[in-house]
Design a protein around this ligand. Structure first.
Ligand code: G6P
Length: 613
């Protein structure tokens, strides 16, 4: 899950490449580098550490090349070091490559190349790629304009695994070649110039016109045109896609960090996600699906599959779909689901949630479900992302670019979109009364304003964060939908505050974890389901008796003076309460992380988009 950037045009490439990399740093940030085509051959500048270190490299300002490739790395094969940084050169130093993904058979390929006289200078899987290109280039005796393209094609046929690759060469001073398989890559088309990137926001300030490359497609870029080829090098046609996101939506907009900005963008993200899906006095509108009653009646089981925060959104989706549509739903972690031989047939609907649309395990789970005959539906935030191109159907959250590694606005938008989906199904299936659905729709439309209200807890949360930022362990408790919020809140705390935390279904506490409760430990509980208030309070009482400090997030009237701190969020239908109750808990993780002086947006060891398994 590295980030790649490329430029071909008439401007100096290096500043464009570095600014693009800075925007992609959330994908990986342990080393960075650029390669440009200069008058006397290729120049490669790279080092361990953050992208901004590139500005200090000697000679970086002297680069004149107008074609270049660049990379910010999240180490998989080989520790972060200058040698392991991209771009990688072949032994002749005439081909430079950046790569995102993993070459699974790299040691076989390395052995083959070593037998053929090649030497390796890094521990990466990537270094086989430029050397294989060189190998096939020198074997090809036909010196026509497609010689390098053929060498790249032969190389790709040898590679097993996932890759998005950019190639430049001394022998190709006016072109660049890119190819992808199971790793993201987009091409931005400007006037007399092209940009390459792992994702759209990184190059939105340069262009709004994009070509989306599918698996096993090659693009040969010139300054003024892009030619596309399939794996057998037959030419293919592609249309430019215009992307409406504004470049400023990918900036911090006055906030100290992207995460804080994205937390505050949740009212807008929800408004945009609801969009025109709830027309007054009409059924919920999913033009992009158009499912029939016959089709939905044939569905007897739904899987919701995702990773991380997206999986937690799926847990809320399960509760909404089961309640409103009476179809059993199983929520699965993608990396478990895909290796478990799940029971799937043509009457199964599989829903895959992925903010980025590029998470490798979720994509693999989708491919598996499709091969077993299920109908597949992707829920993503990125139009044209890999997962949406694989799925039978796609629906989108319209949260705008999410840059902070820890997901916030995508999570709440996913819950909202799944609730809308549940309403849409229920209206077709007629499994819930129209009055109940009408109320729920009204509540959905009120959510953005209620989020604004929930955000007002910010000051109190900041104070609370000051009290607990040095804790080593924190517990989160909840029942029903509130258990899902506990799981997500605990993940947020781990991700950005590096505090060990556990989330427990409150009723499960006495089956083991209560042994860990001792004097002074912080226990955070969520209570929003009116049916479960008393039950959860009894569980909190059990930890109070054992000396725990308690924070309760609630929209219910609770008996006074039982708890140390109570934060109230607006009242709402229980199916939607996870959208509101997570807000103070997102803020809590944020302020603890700030209190500890950590890098909120780029937490250690994590990446935004996990395109490796
Ligand atoms: C990574 C990110 C999480 C995200 C998860 C799934 O672990 O750090 O924030 O929830 O991937 O990402 P996706 O793009 O598939 O929703």
């Amino acid at each position: 899950m590295c980030g790649i950037i490329g430029y071909i045009g008439s401007k100096k490439a290096s500043p464009i490449l570095i600014s693009g990399l800075l925007r992609l740093e959330y994908r990986g940030y342990d080393s960075a580098g650029i390669a440009t085509v200069e008058k006397n051959g290729l120049s490669v500048m790279k080092d361990k550490g953050r992208v901004k270190n590139l500005y200090n490299l000697e000679g970086i300002d002297d680069l004149e090349g107008t074609i270049g490739i660049a990379h910010t790395r999240w180490a998989t094969h080989g520790k972060p070091s200058k040698e392991n940084s991209h771009p990688h050169l072949d032994n002749s130093k005439n081909f430079a490559v950046v790569h995102n993904g993993i070459i699974e058979n790299y040691s076989d390929l390395k052995g083959f190349l070593e037998k053929n006289g090649y030497t390796f200078y890094s521990q990466t899987d990537t270094e086989v790629i430029p050397n294989l290109i060189h190998y096939y280039y020198t074997k090809d005796k036909n010196n026509d304009k497609d010689r390098i393209l053929r060498a790249v094609q032969h190389t790709c046929k040898d590679l097993k695994g996932s890759y998005a690759i950019q190639v430049i060469s001394k022998y190709m001073p006016d072109n660049m070649i890119v190819v992808r398989k199971d790793s993201p890559l987009v091409i931005g088309k400007g006037d007399g110039e092209c940009y390459i990137s792992s994702d759209i926001p990184a190059i939105l300030s340069f262009t709004r016109d994009f070509y989306l490359l599918n698996d096993n497609e090659f693009a040969v870029l010139s300054r003024d045109k892009v030619e596309f080829y399939d794996i057998d090098l037959n030419k293919i046609n592609k249309n430019v896609k215009n992307i409406e996101w504004s470049a400023s939506s990918a900036d911090k907009n006055g906030f100290e960090d992207y995460m804080l900005k994205e937390i505050h963008e949740q009212p807008t993200a929800i408004r945009e996600t609801i969009g025109s899906r709830l027309p007054e006095n009409e059924p919920c509108n999913f033009d992009d699906l158009n499912f029939t009653k016959e089709f939905l009646t044939s569905i007897n089981k739904i899987y919701i599959v995702a990773c991380g925060t997206a999986m937690h959104a799926g847990l809320s989706g399960k509760i909404a779909i089961e309640k409103l549509c009476k179809i059993p739903v199983t929520v699965d972690i993608a990396s478990e689901f895909r290796y478990r031989d799940p029971i799937i047939d043509k009457n199964t609907l599989c829903i895959f949630i992925s903010q980025s649309g590029e998470t490798a395990d979720t994509i693999a789970a989708l491919k598996l479900s499709k091969s077993k005959g299920a109908t597949t539906l992707a829920v993503s935030n990125v139009i044209g992302s890999s997962i949406t191109r694989e799925a039978d159907y796609s629906i989108y959250t319209h949260a705008g670019p999410e840059i902070a590694v820890a997901s916030t606005k995508a999570y709440t938008s996913q819950i909202v979109l799944l609730s809308l989906l549940a309403i849409y199904f229920a209206e077709i299936l007629e499994t819930t009364s129209v009055f109940e659905l009408k109320d729920l729709k009204k509540e959905l439309l009120e959510l953005p304003n209620k989020i604004e209200n929930a955000l007002k807890s910010s000051k109190r949360i900041q104070e609370f964060a000051k009290n607990i930022y040095q804790e080593k362990d924190v517990f989160f408790l909840g029942r029903g939908v509130d258990y899902n919020t506990a799981l997500e809140a605990s993940l947020k705390l781990k991700e950005i505050s590096y505090i060990h935390s556990e989330a427990y279904a409150a009723g499960e506490l006495k089956h083991g974890p209560i042994a860990l409760i001792e004097n002074g430990i912080t226990v955070i509980s969520i209570i929003t389901d009116p049916k479960l208030v008393e039950k959860t309070i009894s569980n909190i009482q059990e930890v109070i008796t054992r000396g725990a400090k308690t924070l309760v997030i609630t929209n219910q009237e609770l008996p006074a003076n039982n708890f140390d701190t109570i934060i109230t969020v607006p009242d709402v239908n229980v199916l939607l309460s996870p959208v509101l109750s997570i807000i103070p808990l997102q803020l809590l993780s944020y302020y603890i992380s700030k209190e500890k002086g950590l890098d909120v947006d780029k937490p250690r060891n994590l990446a935004k988009s996990v395109t490796v398994e």
